[in-house]
Design a binder for this molecule. Structure first.
Ligand code: FAD
Ligand code: NAP
Length: 852
């Protein structure tokens, strides 16, 4: 094999580089692995500071690709030390003869894509130029210590130690005055051990971190037993889990249990000594601030119980950011260390470092001398090591330039403009939000299979399409926006490095979801990629995920329940089913008052519920019509949504129970809707409401009733309406629209269920009547201002879109929100799906605008 021209160059000989080298060899690809260090191990080669350990249990933080390893390697404890993990990496490398494939003490400095040869030319610190078809950055997410950003760092004349570049021979701090700057995982692991040696230790803390005790010891029995009993199932569960460790997700909201019970549950999690246990106690820790505060306060109470000096305990207590949005730490005696007389905590917020000096540190109004300074100040994470190499893609653009405003990747694996470049655990992949072993293996497998597919298909190049990359960026943002991560100054958000763009760098949709997406991309012929070779070009453009992640989770959960289709039920059964489902939903926000009553409908009394805001009235009023396909539902069946609109828009809602089919078929619902509207307008003042400001609103079939009521009000002398809010409305009984085909199945409201609704409600001949199909009205002018919300994955999407467009053409003031990634029902799921908040906020804003 020519050493200067290979199939694949791999940068980095950590766990990622090692496994990739093995797979490349196994499948007949020539390769070179280039590594700055003089041995394998990556993270575990560089981070030799005292106390450095893994904080994922050794039952999980290990390779799975070589089953023999499980028998020939025995981990000595639950959380392996750095030396033990390094020995493991060395063992794997020796066993599989990987050393022979690695050039050590060789830093990659540049890589240039050559469009003519369709190859990369990789340049090393040794002056070598290597050409390769494929170029893989296995450079690690936490391998580039961040540049010192503290004034005076160059002045200090004593020994300086950086946790991520610790001397191989170790450091003896005995009898020394030591400063440690930084209280992330590295600081928290090293501080207790440095304190054991030092005569005096001063810890400089900018932000306190949440830390849970490692409670190190033997491997967790339950996990070890499961592994022993059925390794394959355990590993499969890990691969499809949220974080790469099989943890049964909680289904309990934090506020759904009594405080004592919550505390017991958290105590049990605390006692497990596992990184992911505490955050997994409740289902909503990652998405709800109030839920998160329950866990945050629990940790603070633990700190108070350990640290004797209340002022120090308070300084160590994280406040102002949610638990888990900075990487939680695991410690052994960290908080206890601050009870030692020679250990002092300095809060950099009240006593900032003015400068490092020749002999120590000037901070606050003090100057202090130190014999050693330890920087535990972290890494230029995720992108640092990648953009440190001058990578020039097509047209000479560098990756660093392309990523100036944040990394853009497809799947965190590839990037437009950089053909045949792959990243392992790159930005936009779960990477640091996972057990990295699981993520590394998944990426290596995907890259290997891609290279094999290219070779088999005669392709020389692969590159994602701009559409796929933009779709992935949007999906990552959708996932991030429903979590609490984006408001915290963390390295996940690039906030630790001055000038770094603020985006959530890792993908937070979960390891399992991510794996399924990558598998789907592959199964669909590399969806979102263009592949080229002698035989031609195959461009398989598309976006792999547009559905909102929380909506997808609900659909997945419902799929597992195996519920019978509603259209297989009788109307009576369907009503009972609907009521039972409604009974288990969160109730929605509090409102000032809820009053039930009856009003005269077109053919008899109708029940209604009045939701009044807490503010003083008289309030404008929205006459609201519930969903349920004209067959089920009631004046209280959309309770959470009505409360939400009432509270957010500060308007009164009168939700009306119109007559239902098949007992009362078309036009009963329409006539009731209009009758109710007239009654509310006539009686608003006596209900304490503003009779001059009235609007209609409705969801689904209720949107149909609302739209029809607006048309009837226009045509029958009032009442005059300020607006109409139509959420995923039924507007056209012809059902000829494309969305009935595109979204026929899988999104709760199905094509066949819609047919069932129509069959119960209206004869085919009646469906073209505008009172059934408001879209088919000959004249839509003169209608009140409208907000129409349609959902991407709704069979009714196109008829809602068409109604918005037709009203606009007729001169009606229309605001049209196409809710990306939503289904017919998802926006109504108040306090269940965070992604529904923005569209509901927009609906509330529209109501406010209607009423001026
Ligand atoms: P790395 O191990 O970082 O290896 C990358 C290699 O690339 C390095 O050896 C580096 O020298 C080399 N390299 C980089 N740039 C160049 C270049 N230009 N030229 C040549 N070589 C280059 N993850 C967990 O899942 N659980 C844990 O408990 C955990 N604990 C951690 C503790 C610490 C202290 C740190 C820093 C990280 C921890 N991680 C943990 C994350 C850890 O980085 C991964 O688990 C894993 O080891 C990463 O392996 P890797 O091969 O992808 O990258
Ligand atoms: P880190 O989490 O980024 O912590 C760096 C610390 O230094 C923070 O407390 C930070 O404060 C502080 N800091 C940074 N710049 C500073 C400045 N200019 N002045 C004062 N303080 C400054 O880095 P890390 O501890 O090395 O950990 C990085 C990641 O590596 C971890 O999150 C984890 O993923 C991994 N890791 C894991 C383990 C483990 O237990 N397995 C151990 C070590 C590392 P701010 O918070 O205010 O920025």
């Amino acid at each position: 094999m020519s050493r200067s021209d290979v199939d694949v160059v791999v940068v980095g000989a950590g766990f990622a580089g090692l496994y990739l080298l093995h797979e490349l060899r196994e499948h007949g690809f020539t390769s070179r692995v280039l590594e700055t260090g003089d041995d394998v191990g990556g993270t575990w080669y560089w981070n030799r500071y005292p106390g450095a350990r893994c904080d994922i249990s050794t039952t999980d933080y290990q390779f799975t690709w070589d089953p023999e390893l499980h028998d020939e390697w025995t981990w000595s404890e639950k959380h392996a030390t750095q030396p033990e993990i390094l020995r493991y990496a060395q063992h794997v490398a020796r066993k599989h003869d990987l050393y022979s494939g690695i050039d050590f003490e060789t830093r990659v400095t540049g890589a240039v894509w050559n469009e003519d040869s369709k190859k990369w030319t990789v340049t090393t610190s040794k002056g070598e130029h290597i050409t390769c078809r494929h170029y893989v950055m296995a450079t690690g997410c936490l391998s580039m210590p961040k540049e010192p950003d503290i004034p005076g760092t160059d002045r200090y004349q004593g020994p300086v130690h950086v946790t991520g570049r610790w001397p191989h021979e170790g450091v003896d701090f005995t009898g020394q005055r030591v400063a440690v700057i930084g209280t992330g995982s590295s600081g928290i692991q090293s501080i207790p051990l440095i304190a054991e040696q030092a005569a005096e230790l001063v810890v400089f803390q900018r932000t306190p971190n949440f830390s849970v005790p490692a409670l190190n010891g033997p491997r967790p029995e339950d996990r070890a037993a499961r592994l022993k009993q059925d390794r394959a199932t355990y590993e499969a569960e890990a691969r499809l889990s949220t974080s790469g460790v099989p943890v049964v997700p909680s289904t309990t909201p934090a506020l759904a249990v009594a405080p004592d019970t919550a505390r017991e549950m958290m105590e049990a999690a605390w006692q497990r000594g596992e990184l992911l246990a505490l955050g997994a106690t409740f289902m909503d820790v990652g998405i709800s601030r109030t839920a998160n505060e329950v866990v945050s306060e629990f940790v603070r109470s633990k700190i108070r119980s350990i640290v004797k000096d209340p002022a120090t305990a308070e300084l160590l207590s994280p406040r102002g950011y949610p638990f888990g949005t900075k990487r939680p730490c695991m410690d052994t005696n960290y908080y206890e260390t601050f009870n030692l007389p020679h250990v002092r905590l300095v809060d950099l917020n009240s006593s900032p470092i003015r400068s490092i000096t020749e002999t120590g540190i000037d901070f606050g109004d003090e100057s202090k001398e130190f014999d050693s300074i330890v920087y535990a100040t972290g890494f230029d994470a995720m992108t640092g090591a990648i953009v440190a190499v001058d990578i020039q893609g097509r047209d000479g653009i560098t990756l660093k330039e392309k990523w100036e405003n944040g990394p853009l990747t497809y799947l965190g694996l590839t990037s437009v403009g950089f053909p045949n470049l792959f990243m392992i655990t790159g930005p936009g992949s779960p990477s640091v939000l996972s057990n990295m072993m699981v993520s590394i293996e998944q990426h290596v497998d995907w890259i290997r299979d891609t290279l094999i597919a290219m070779r088999d298909g005669g392709f020389e190049t692969i590159e994602p399409t701009p559409l796929a990359e933009e779709g992935w960026r949007a999906h990552c943002e959708d996932c991030a926006s429903i979590t609490l991560f984006q408001d915290t100054n963390s390295w996940y958000m690039g906030a630790n490095v001055p000038g770094k763009p603020r985006v959530l760098f890792p993908y937070i949709g979960g390891v399992g979801r991510y794996r399924r997406i990558c598998d789907e991309v592959m199964a669909r012929g590399h969806l979102g990629f263009e592949l080229s070779g002698a035989g031609g070009t195959r461009r398989n453009d598309g976006v792999v995920r547009e559905i909102q992640p929380d909506v997808e989770s609900v659909l997945e959960m419902m799929a597992t329940l195996g519920l019978p289709p509603i259209e297989a039920m009788s109307p009576v059964e369907a009503r009972a089913f609907s009521e039972a489902s409604s009974a288990v939903r969160p109730p929605g926000p509090a409102v000032g008052e809820m009053v039930d009553g009856t009003l005269p409908g077109a053919a008899g009394p109708l029940e209604y519920r009045l939701y009044r805001p807490a503010s003083s009235g008289p309030h404008p009023v929205v006459v609201y019509f519930h969903g349920g396909g004209w067959v089920f539902g009631s004046h209280v069946s959309d309770d959470p949504l009505c409360r939400d609109l009432c509270a957010q828009a500060d308007v009164a809602i009168v939700s009306v129970n119109y007559r239902h089919a098949p007992e009362d078929r078309f036009p009963a619902a329409a006539l009731d809707g209009y009758a109710a509207l007239r009654w509310v307008a006539a009686n608003a003042a006596s209900l304490g409401l503003d009779p001059t400001r009235i609007a209609v609103a409705g969801w689904s079939a209720g949107g149909n009733v609302a739209a029809v009521a607006a048309q009837m009000a226009r045509d029958n002398g009032g009442p005059e309406l300020c607006g109409q809010l139509l959420l995923t409305p039924v507007t056209d009984g012809s059902r000829q629209h494309q969305s009935h085909t595109d979204n026929a199945e899988g999104y709760i409201l199905t094509k066949s269920l819609m047919e069932w609704f129509w069959n119960h409600y209206a004869d085919p001949a009646d469906r073209s009547n505008p009172l059934a199909s408001p879209l088919l009205a000959t004249d839509l002018s003169g209608l009140p201002p409208a907000m129409v919300v349609t959902a991407q994955y709704d069979p009714l999407r196109d008829e809602g879109d068409a109604y918005a467009e037709a009203m606009r053409r007729a001169g009606v003031l229309v605001e049209h929100l196409r809710a990306k990634g939503h289904t017919h029902t998802s926006i109504t799921m108040v306090d269940m799906l965070p992604s529904g908040v923005p569209p509901r906020r927009a609906m509330a804003a529209a109501l406010r605008r209607f009423f001026g």
